[in-house]
Design a protein around this ligand. Sequence first.
Ligand code: COA
Length: 258
Amino acid sequence: MGVFRSDLCAGRVALVTGGGTGIGRGIARALGLHGAKVCIASRRAEVLEAAVRDFEADGIDAMWVPCDVRDGAQVEAVIDAILERWERLDIVVNNAAGNFPAPISGLSYNGFKAVVDIDLRGTYNVTKAAFDKALATSGGHVVNISAPFDHMGVAYQAHCAAAKMGVDSLTRTCAVEFGPHGVRVNGIAPGAIGGTEGMARLGSGDERDARCPLGYVGTPDDIANAVLFLCSEAAAYVTGQVLCVDGGSAVDMSQLAR
Ligand code: COA
């Protein structure tokens, strides 16, 4: 049983990019189980279709639209499809991301660009289209999924870390510009979240992933609960913030004392 009222998001419409798998799927499902109508969008139609079938089996009103977030026209088509079907859009979760581990010497110009384009420019594209077409007049919420990489260097993650820190910057700028329109914009920086493609690509897959102060690998529900909180009235005065949901990893400097 969840910790939030089951009708927390009743009457609201949400878009979750990359919502067919992993963290995005967990977020989309949680929003749907709390009453939101949910659209998921990403490049892979087959995973979107399967996810929507599962959501519908859980009684969630859901749809999917294929979309590469790097393409502004495709992004606009997603927003148009949502507005055509449900006539509103209230919650946008920018979760779509691309990543792979590579040292700078093994990272081509295009490899860096591909990840920055998906993570940073994709977040911009979706946020701008959603704001211009819906949120600017109706108000709402944007939640950007980034990474707990501020103030540190992360080997093999030059592309992802640069992109995600750009996303955090966008979170703050959008919060300032959109606040007067009744739009709150916040970020979530997940730590190691089990059962995800990102973890499969980057994690060690063993107990080292659980080396955070709370002592376990997180779940998509841990991130989904943070999204529900940020989009709820409990966070009514919160905007421009990035909430680290990582079991305490980012603040753990204990190795300095060993
Ligand atoms: N190591 C080094 N370079 C890599 C790489 C790797 N493991 N994987 C891809 N690249 C490079 C490619 O070689 C290419 O560069 P090049 O043109 O100089 O050869 C560049 O990245 C783009 O790859 P491509 O496969 O054409 O791009 P894409 O747009 O189809 O895919 C990626 C984007 C690369 C981010 C791909 O990994 C992806 O689609 N990921 C989505 C899912 C995901 O990453 N989930 C985890 C999120 S945490």
